[in-house]
Design a protein around this ligand. Structure first.
Ligand code: PHE
Length: 475
């Protein structure tokens, strides 16, 4: 019991839910979800996504939180405690945040730079050179991205050093409600937009809303349908921060008397709602100002180039909207990076018996080494690699992302399904879930068992195959 006290824990269920939702809600919700929805037939993608999250996502998230709470350990040791032969999952699951944390902080640094630039009235600097050039100049500079990366990581480290209840829980309780208000506010505003381009064509945000929400079944063939389903599955898996030890770590700080199922439901609802609202901001706005072509820009381009170009056209108001928007992104990114750093630090605390400040310090130093390499990947170490999934022109950041998300995460998740579904049997998790729900029933118990034994491993294997571009013939 003494060990429990030194590890710390969340003081309330709400604190746990907000922290876990904070981890789940991140850059993936803000730019990846809207972009995929626009590309994959709008409402069709959304419906499939929600179905997956209620079944597949629900089963995996419940499993991880339950393993964490039952073992009371961070991922490195938790899997070995469930079954000695599966210790390797712990090693792989720990490797994922070790790889993701540094590059996530590099992107966090870009977001911090933009948030500070807008908030301090620096929008004119972006206007002068144009958003594309501004972004290009920034990431190819040698010192500036490293400095912003360190600023962002230092903000994360302060919260982690303060501990689970006084740091992570407190920070989530402040940032998450602000995030919710900002995202609702900005999305309501963006639905009122209208723009006339240089050819005299006027487009309204509400027309863009139709592209986003109404299922577009035009030209939908079985192979296109499979592509949409695979996109939805991959997105859900990443968006819920699964298979990277995070939910195990947070689960290990979770109170025994909390209701795991209702927590998982609330985390999922929060995560999905934010993704849907992000789409309400991105798609109608980009459509009104740039038409359908604007929507085809994916990823960082959408966030750091397309939106700033739009804020610019809104004049003075655009500076305020820009500042609010990047503050929103900053909070989303911070709560995610906190969960990554905590997961790595918790391994040092549990396995090597380090104090929390020391564990945070060691994590910080390791991440600086990798993060600096990532920053240099855009200038001195610039190269263009082609990955096995077919993506071309890739840098160090993309390679780390590929190894962690496309290779390690599916392996961790499939092995977890084998361990829980077939080796220790689903009762291991079901029993843990039943603790804390009192005399209520675990209503989705059957669904859970079938998911873990049969369906989830197959779906995960399909995600894994995508890493090697196996489905390219469908496109
Ligand atoms: N779930 C986060 C998102 O949707 C991504 C994330 C990745 C969070 C890694 C934490 C760690 O953006």
């Amino acid at each position: 019991m003494e060990k429990k006290q030194t590890r710390g824990g969340f003081s309330t269920s709400l604190g746990f839910i907000l922290a876990a939702a904070g981890s789940a809600i991140g850059l993936g919700n803000l730019w990846r979800f809207p972009y995929l929805a626009a590309k994959d037939g709008g409402g069709l993608f959304i419906v499939i996504y929600i179905l997956f999250s209620l079944t597949f996502g629900f089963a995996l998230m419940t499993t991880e939180i339950a393993i964490g709470r039952k073992t009371g350990l961070s991922p490195f040791q938790a899997y070995g405690k469930v079954d000695k032969r599966f210790k390797f999952i712990g090693v792989l699951a720990t490797l994922v945040p070790v790889l993701i944390f540094p590059y996530y902080c590099v992107i966090g640094g870009w977001v911090t730079k933009y948030a500070v630039t807008y908030a301090t009235g620096g929008a004119s600097q972006i206007r002068e050179v144009g958003p594309n050039q501004f972004f290009g100049n920034f990431i190819t500079a040698q010192a500036s991205p490293i400095i912003w990366f360190l600023v962002f990581m230092a903000l994360t480290a302060v919260v982690v050093i303060l501990g689970v209840d006084k740091g992570i829980e407190k920070a989530s309780k402040i940032m998450m409600p602000i995030l919710a208000v900002l995202i609702i506010g900005i999305s309501v505003y963006s639905l009122t937009l209208k723009h006339t381009d240089e050819n005299g064509v006027t487009r309204t945000a509400l027309e863009g809303l139709k592209i986003y929400l109404i299922p577009n079944l035009d030209g939908i063939t079985p192979s296109k349908f499979i592509t949409v389903a695979l996109d939805a599955m991959g997105q859900m898996f990443y968006s819920m921060s699964l298979a990277m030890g995070i939910m195990i770590t947070y689960g290990s700080y979770c109170r025994k008397d909390s209701n795991l199922i209702s927590s998982v439901n609330q985390i999922e609802i929060f995560d999905t709602a934010v993704a849907l609202f992000a789409g309400l901001i991105m798609i109608p706005t980009v459509y009104a100002f740039q038409g359908r072509e604007g929507l085809s820009q994916a990823g960082p381009g959408l966030m750091f180039k397309a939106l700033p170009a739009i804020f610019e056209q809104m004049g003075k108001l655009g500076e305020v909207v820009g500042a609010c928007f990047f503050l929103l992104v900053l909070f989303a990114a911070l709560t995610s990076s906190i969960s990554l750093m905590e997961t790595v630090a918790s391994v040092f605390i549990d396995r090597f018996k380090m104090s929390r400040p020391k564990a945070t310090g060691v994590t910080f130093i390791c991440a600086v080494l990798i993060g600096v390499m990532v920053c240099l990947g855009y200038n001195v170490w610039y190269f263009e690699a082609t990955l096995p999934n077919g993506a071309t022109g890739q840098q160090i950041l993309d390679i780390l992302d590929y190894i962690s998300n496309s290779i390690l995460m599916p392996i961790v998740a499939i092995s977890t399904c084998v361990l829980i579904g077939w080796v220790v049997k689903p009762e291991y998790v079901v029993d843990e879930v039943k603790q804390g729900i009192g005399n209520k029933k675990f209503r989705r118990e059957k669904l859970y068992v079938v998911m873990m034994k049969f369906i989830a491993p197959v779906l995960l294997f399909l995600i894994f195959l995508q890493a090697f571009n196996v489905f390219s013939f469908l496109k």
